[in-house]
Each structure stands twice: as structure tokens, then as C-alpha cells.
Write a protein that binds this ligand. Structure first.
Ligand code: DX5
Length: 227
């Protein structure tokens, strides 16, 4: 089993300037971020509406970095292939939105992408207990999904720790990602809890200095806890 020891930083583009997405993703790549997360929201599963696959496809050739689609949508199954065709190497569905999660995760892999599953704060780890063999990325939400700029829910740390323990106990190669309120002041606690992949939006886009400086500060804070 290859365990991720160095933290991966993922940029949520929700806070990006949507009028300049091409230059924004180039800036993110230049700043040293490892992957981009596209927050897909349908106004049904979450009270916000964002982008579709065509927007992701339009940005695909602007950068070389990986794309993950975070599907905060009530019914992800009908459009699974569209996110892969748009250039996403990882497709993340919410455990709360699929009637047949085992089948959906297998379908994502059949499409040639890595399969991710996200858990809302109220959803127990047990929701994915019987499908972890089909999971390449487990996303533990540290906010209630729908908007950026919310506060990190530290109460999710026991779930992160339990997920880390279960992944390690089974010897699975699953990326354990956290998303929501992640920044220089919270990334250390999430890393201590067992997360190794950190998705941030406002902490990367907002604040003094350059994005590259904020990337370095977050990476350093996470590495300090992982070492
Ligand atoms: C929330 C999204 C998150 C959000 C992160 O629904 O899934 O990715 O954009 O934004 P921050 O880092 O500002 O909490």
C-alpha cells in the first residue's frame, strides 16, 4: 500500500472569477496547487447552482493538473460520463444522493476515472463501510456543502480519524480528503486527524500576498503534522 505522506492541496474554484476562468486555472497551477476541484451544484441537493461539464471542458487544455468533479447534485448517475469526457480524472458523488452507491462507484471506474465518495457532516462513515473496496477517494465534508467561506467543523475530526484507521486497517489505497473551511489555521488539525488531501477555496483565493505564498503556508502546516 502506498500511503500518501506528503499532503496534496486541491483548489476549489468556487471563489474564482468566473469571467476569467482560463486565467484563473492557469494561476492556480502556477501557484503550486496539486489538483483542481470543480464544485458542481444543482440547486436541489445544495441550495446553490454552479457549473456544468462544458465549463470544465473549456478549461481542460488551459492546464496540465488533474481535475476532480465534486457532484453536489440530487441525481449524479445520468451524467457520470460527461464529467469524465470533460477531463475529470476523479468523479466524486455524495453518498446521500445515489440509490445504488456500489453500482455508481463501479460505473465511474468503468468510465476510466477514479471513484470518489463524499460524506456530509451528518452522514456516518458507516454509509460507505460496504463499498470502500470501490473507492479511490473519500471526501469528508468539514462544512455543509453549498457555499464557500464557511467555518471548519472541528467536530468532523473523529470521523476523519475513524476513516484513516479503517483505510489503514484494510490496507486500501484511498485518498482521504477534507473540504470546507480548510486554511492555514485549520489544516494542521485536519492532518493530525488523518487527512492527507486538503481542498481549499477562500483560504487560497483570499488574503494578503500571492496564492503561492498561501499554498506554501498550508503545505508547511500540514507537513508539520504528518511528519
Ligand atoms: C462547499 C464546497 C467547497 C468549498 C470550499 O460546498 O464543496 O469545496 O468551495 O470553500 P472554502 O475553502 O472557502 O470553505
Amino acid at each position: 500500500m502506498v500511503e500518501i505522506t506528503s499532503p496534496l492541496l486541491v483548489a476549489s474554484v468556487l471563489p474564482a472569477d468566473f469571467a476569467e476562468l482560463g486565467s484563473q486555472v492557469r494561476m492556480i497551477e502556477k501557484a503550486g496547487v496539486d489538483r483542481i476541484q470543480w464544485d458542481v451544484m444543482d440547486g436541489c441537493f445544495v441550495p446553490n447552482i454552479t457549473i456544468g461539464p462544458d465549463v470544465i471542458a473549456a478549461c481542460r487544455d488551459q492546464v496540465d493538473m488533474g481535475f476532480e468533479a465534486h457532484l453536489m447534485v440530487a441525481d449524479p448517475d445520468p451524467m457520470l460520463s460527461r464529467w469524465v469526457e470533460a477531463g475529470c480524472g476523479i468523479v466524486i458523488v455524495h453518498a446521500e444522493t445515489t440509490r445504488h452507491l456500489h453500482r455508481t462507484l463501479g460505473r465511474i471506474r468503468e468510465l476510466g476515472a477514479r471513484a470518489g465518495v463524499a460524506l456530509n457532516p451528518a452522514t456516518p462513515l458507516a454509509a460507505v463501510e460496504h463499498v470502500l473496496e470501490l473507492v479511490d477517494l473519500l471526501l469528508v465534508m468539514t462544512v455543509n456543502p453549498g457555499f464557500g467561506g464557511q467555518s471548519y467543523i472541528a467536530g468532523m475530526e473523529p470521523k476523519i480519524t475513524a476513516a484513516r484507521a479503517e483505510i489503514d486497517r484494510r490496507g486500501l489505497e484511498i485518498e482521504l480528503e477534507v473540504d470546507g473551511g480548510i486554511g492555514a489555521s485549520t489544516i494542521g488539525a485536519a492532518a493530525r486527524a488523518g487527512a492527507r488531501v486538503f481542498c481549499a477555496g477562500s483560504a487560497l483565493f483570499d488574503g494578503p500576498g500571492r496564492m503561492a505564498d498561501r499554498v506554501l503556508a498550508m503545505r508547511t502546516a500540514a507537513e508539520r503534522e504528518i511528519a
